[in-house]
Write a protein that binds this ligand. Structure first.
Ligand code: FAD
Length: 330
């Protein structure tokens, strides 16, 4: 008997949101196929809390691949461990979150298990004829592509924010799978880590993002953006020129040459909406544009637009949200 297998990615022992989305997709796919859902966790150690979360989101089994050599993410070692599991258990359906690590592992895993790969799907693959059809985001977020395969195993990666994490509790069991990476998979490995970001919400996982561009005139004016982000529980982002001149850190730069995101709400302040910027944000579910130029191209893709001076509009918006939250907090 086969199963749908989901890689439950953890950071410092915590299950990350992209994995909850992947488990949600996995549960849907397993139900459609009439198969069990299994999760797999990789690392040097794990906790029963991780298994419990996987069970809460629909996994019936949590397979643990634990080895001291898997303490840090090493792409070859992780892909080799997963491919050993997929081959040994004869698994035909695999889901990885389309996180940085998921994106790196998926192609290697596809090669080593002789699988087909759909990357960045936004819906679970549907049975069509003898194969499966899926919808994915393509062309740097500028288009949608439908992909089809009759080949198994089939590996898919789930695009961030495409599946709303949904609990579907199951009785779960744990199982250990023995694997030790060999030297060929550990040729390059991390020897030290220095965190450059704080405990802020990672941009790729944020449901709400407040972003600003050159219209803000200078780095000293970002306080109004940070206050709006704070009241909304949002991550902050920026356009490329803003990061290029050092007004904001590079890890906030979104667009074709930056990070590609698809939050539920993207608020763009003083950003013109150049095609290269839109390539990173156009698949956001709701876009709000604040710009003092009614002809700014960003308005063409906006769900809501405010024509006005950011320095007046943003503080008023922040204040209004703060008041609303205070009135509805109980
Ligand atoms: C190969 C290539 C790759 C690129 N990759 C990226 C990328 O990944 N991401 C990216 O962002 N860009 C990218 N760019 C750059 C892109 O083409 C634009 O130049 C850039 O996005 C413009 O940034 P901006 O909107 O902040 O600035 P501007 O184009 O200068 O726009 C500023 C906006 O602020 C508005 N404004 C001014 N004052 C106010 C005010 N007081 N209140 C409200 N609004 C105001 C203006 O009306 C204007 O619309 C790339 C370009 C190239 C050639």
């Amino acid at each position: 008997m086969s199963a749908v297998l989901v890689w439950v990615e953890t950071t410092e022992g915590r299950v990350r949101k992209p994995s909850l989305e992947a488990l949600t997709a996995g549960r849907q796919w397993a139900d459609a196929l009439g198969l069990p859902l299994w999760g797999v966790v990789l690392g040097a150690e794990t906790s029963s809390e991780v298994s419990a979360i996987a069970g809460e989101y629909g996994a019936e089994k949590l397979i643990r691949i634990l080895s001291p050599e898997l303490r840090s993410f090493v792409v070859n070692a992780y892909a080799r461990a997963l491919s050993a599991l997929v081959r040994e258990k004869n698994i035909s359906y695999v889901i990885l979150p389309q996180s940085y690590d998921g994106k790196a592992v998926a192609p290697l895993l596809a090669i080593w298990t002789d699988a087909a790969l759909f990357s960045g799907i936004t819906q679970i693959p549907e049975k069509e004829g003898k194969g499966f059809r899926a919808r994915r985001i393509a062309y740097s977020n500028k288009g949608i592509e439908w992909v089809y395969t009759e080949h198994l195993p089939l590996i898919v990666t789930t695009k961030a924010n495409s599946f709303i994490p949904t609990k579907s509790p199951r009785k779960w069991v744990e199982e250990d799978f023995a694997f030790t990476p060999d030297a060929r998979d550990l040729r390059a490995k991390p020897v030290g880590v220095e965190k450059v970001t704080t405990d802020k919400i990672p941009l790729t996982e944020a449901e709400v993002v407040v972003s600003a561009g050159r219209g803000l005139k200078g780095p000293e004016n970002w306080k109004i953006i940070e206050e709006l982000a704070q009241v909304l529980g949002a991550a902050t982002a920026c356009s490329k020129p803003v990061a290029d001149v050092g007004w904001r850190p590079h890890h906030e730069h979104v667009g074709q040459t930056g990070i590609q995101i698809s939050p539920n709400l993207y608020i763009a302040v003083g950003i013109s909406g150049a095609i290269q910027h839109l390539a990173g944000v156009a698949s956001s579910k709701n876009i709000v544009v604040i710009n003092n130029d009614p002809e700014a191209p960003f308005f063409k893709v906006a769900d809501y637009g405010i024509v006005g001076d950011a320095f007046e509009v943003v503080p008023r918006l922040t204040e209004a949200i703060r008041n609303y939250k205070a009135q509805h907090s109980s």
